[in-house]
Design a binder for this molecule. Structure first.
Ligand SMILES: [Fe+2]
Ligand SMILES: [Fe+2]
Length: 192
């Protein structure tokens, strides 16, 4: 079911937010995070939501507007929320670049920028799971879901095809692998 896919994608996002949060904790303690991991997570969020997650949410939201405009209005402007998320991510990327370029930027400021991105992403996903998805489940009709499902399985639509989704699965596994290696190196019991 479409909503199950969106929930699964949220869980995947949360997995990567946890990775970023772990690296951020090191940074906040004055230690050096693994910047390969940090860059990989940023790159993932720069591409993945626009490639897979938001297009699907947009379609569901359009259907909700058509079936129950009051419910859609209560949720607000989903596209604007997504744009603000992208803007917060740009600030994260710039802050990380500033740190690596040794530009003057307070450690606390960098910490706040990344923390803000993580928290707002979580808040947005929680709102969708609490308000948007249940409203869609309630209002959309079987033919709406059938139409959305048909677009999902239509491989001519590159944004929604599961081929793209499989590629991102590979990217996620790669990031988790990098994170595991970074953790192993940081472990006091790591073999030298
Ligand atoms: Fe969203
Ligand atoms: Fe979402």
């Amino acid at each position: 079911m479409v909503i199950d896919i969106l929930r699964e994608e949220h869980r995947n996002n949360e997995t990567l937010l946890l990775v970023l949060e772990r690296e951020l904790c090191l940074f906040a303690r004055g230690e050096r995070p693994d910047y390969e991991v940090v860059h990989a997570v940023i790159a993932y969020f720069q591409v993945y939501p626009n490639a897979c997650h938001h297009p699907l949410e947009d379609i569901v939201f359009e259907k909700l507007k058509a079936r129950d405009s009051a419910a859609a209005a209560r949720i607000g402007d989903l596209a604007a929320d997504h744009r603000r998320g992208a803007e917060r991510l740009r600030r994260v990327a710039q802050a990380v670049e500033s740190v690596l370029a040794d530009r003057e930027l307070l450690r606390q400021t960098v910490n706040d920028i990344i923390r803000d991105f993580i928290e707002q992403e979580r808040r947005h996903m929680a709102m969708e799971e609490r308000d948007f998805f249940p409203a869609a489940v309630k209002a959309l009709q079987p033919q709406d879901w059938a139409e959305i499902a048909a677009r999902l399985t239509d491989r001519r639509d590159p944004l929604l095809s599961d081929v793209v989704e499989e590629r991102f699965e590979v990217v996620r596994s790669h990031i988790l692998q990098l994170e595991q290696e970074a953790e192993a190196e940081r472990s006091p019991h790591a073999a030298f």
